[in-house]
Design a binder for this molecule. Structure first.
Ligand code: NAD
Length: 495
């Protein structure tokens, strides 16, 4: 056992010290979780529902302490931290009410009407492993766990080593609401040690993080034949159509690109604007970006906080320098912020580029920072083609009249498309699936699938009167002829 200090990227000060777990301790946590899960599974749903509604209330009543913790360890602006609190509360409320209906045994249609009775029920998979990144240290640690727990599983969670405090704090709220400690374990530690021990022992792996790590873990999950969800990277496009409300689009694009300093898997890194409105949009957008306050304090006034670390500033800066060297023009930003209070933290200015050549690394690669480029295109169809020309497919945003927006959305290759919003409308729609196409992931969170994926389905089929494969005494050829005739004759009746 060892300890690790957590340092604020906003000011460089130590904000906490945590215990770091080992692979052996992780294996012990699985033994404890497995034993506790057997009892948790049988806790009636009405009790679980009460626990998670209580958790919902606790998260909201303890929001100040949660916001302080999130801001302290991640450096993000308070308004961005509040999105995390909101997400956790909405997820808990949604699944607390929805889980009962999803887990209730349901009747399914028999293959041959009247001769069979079929029911489907869902059982928890066992112990779900959750591995989370640093960018949303509260929501990405606990929201997926909420669905897994409500489905009757135990959870072993590894938060990122840079941001374990939010997960540890919210775990206390889960325990206070009534989740047994042995059912939900939070084990901070290195991916190579704690993360790998989780991958080796869990019955389902829920991973959020980079596409590179996701590919490796998916292969390991495949080897073990366990279920796997990977919520991975993105290079999300935003399209401004000729009939968009330009002022609203410009303001919305600021939130879409720079929330959480762009360290948001669903934030926008590419803007395609139709020629007819390109000058007007670009002027309004750059003006709004230049009005942003990059706060070194964690108050509500900051539009953007720090990045997660100096290393990450270095990486973001490298992307921008490479693009500029390749011929890109900086419309605003393009530099570290090192003045006054910013000097102590990991700050980078919100940056808008244009004329980015395809040879620049950030043309296709995810920056995961406050950097976006604008490209003007002749029409909406070109914008759609450009938007889809990527290995990723997580989120997209379209600014247009509703009918134009829907037409464009129906052609975009992305797990979520927000019309006249950057990312939030789809994100908070807990009843709808959210996740990535292509290299942005496999599986979905939210929606019915976001809970049912943590279960095994069991189909119980009762046969009445005779054999489903035909009466034993019947001539096989006659049975085949009768069955074929009946299937054809009743094709549209026996659906
Ligand atoms: P990362 O893949 O480096 O790390 C994510 C987590 O995996 C961390 O907890 C890390 O310790 C752990 N890990 C790393 N290697 C491991 C291994 N070999 N075995 C087990 N665990 C291991 O990702 P990151 O840089 O921390 O996060 C940023 C990335 O996450 C970005 O690409 C971003 O787009 C993506 N992301 C996606 C979503 C989504 O919902 N799609 C949400 C947030 C972030």
């Amino acid at each position: 056992m060892s300890n690790n200090t957590v340092v604020s990227p906003a000011c460089g000060e130590e904000v906490g010290s945590i215990r770091v777990y080992t692979a052996e301790e992780t294996r012990a946590a699985f033994v404890s979780a497995r034993a506790a899960q057997a009892a948790w599974e049988h806790v009636p749903h009405a009790t679980k529902k009460r626990i998670f509604l209580e958790f919902h209330d606790l998260v909201l009543s303890e929001k100040t302490a949660l916001l302080d913790t999130i801001c302290a360890e991640s450096g993000k602006a308070r308004k961005d931290a509040f999105e995390e609190v909101l997400d956790v509360a909405l997820t808990a409320r949604h699944y607390a009410y929805r889980a009962g209906a999803l887990l209730r045994p349901r009747r399914a249609r028999a293959g041959i009407p009247l001769t069979g009775s079929v029911r489907v029920n869902h059982e928890p998979v066992g112990v779900v492993g959750v591995i989370a990144p640093w960018n949303y240290p509260l929501t990405l640690a606990v929201s997926d766990a909420v669905a897994a727990l409500l489905a009757g599983n135990a959870v072993v969670l590894k938060p990122d080593s840079a941001t374990p405090l939010s997960a540890l704090r919210v775990a206390e709220l889960l325990y206070e609401a009534g989740v047994p400690r042995e059912v939900f374990h939070v084990l901070p530690g290195p991916g190579a040690e704690v993360g790998q021990a989780i991958v080796a022992d869990c019955d389902y792996l829920m991973f959020t993080g980079s596409t590179a790590t996701g590919r490796k873990l998916a292969a390991q999950a495949g080897e073990r034949l366990i279920g796997f969800s990977g919520e991975l990277g993105g290079k999300n496009p935003l399209i401004v159509a000729s009939d968009a409300d330009i002022q609203r689009a410009a303001e919305g694009a600021v939130t879409a690109c720079f929330s959480n300093a762009g360290q948001l898997c669903i934030s926008i890194e590419r803007i395609y604007v139709v020629d007819a409105v390109a000058a007007e949009f670009t002027r309004a957008f750059v003006r709004s970006v230049e009005a942003m306050k990059v706060g070194a304090e964690h108050g509500w006034n900051a539009d953007m906080g720090s990045l997660i670390s100096h290393d990450h500033v270095e990486k973001v800066s490298g992307f921008v320098d490479d693009a500029v060297a390749a011929g890109a023009r900086v419309l605003t930003g393009g530099k570290r912020l090192i003045d006054g209070a910013h000097a102590r933290g990991a700050y980078y200015a919100p940056t808008v580029l244009t004329d980015v050549p395809a040879s620049a690394r950030l043309y296709r690669e995810e920056v995961f920072g406050p950097v976006v480029y604008i490209e003007s295109v002749p029409d909406e169809d070109t914008a759609i083609a450009r938007a889809n020309d990527t290995d990723y497919g997580l989120n997209a945003s379209v600014w247009a009249r509703a009918s134009t927006g829907r037409r464009i959305a129906s052609q975009l290759h992305a797990g979520t498309v927000n019309i006249n919003e950057g990312y939030a409308t789809a994100w908070i729609a807990m009843d709808a699936p959210m996740g990535g196409w292509k290299s942005s992931g496999v599986g979905r969170r939210h929606g019915d699938g976001g809970l049912l994926k943590y279960t095994e389905a069991r189909t119980v089929a009762l046969q009445r009167w005779t054999h489903a494969t035909g009466p034993a005494a019947l001539d096989r050829e006659k049975f085949a002829a009768t069955a074929a005739w009946a299937l054809r004759a009743f094709r549209d009746v026996l659906r």
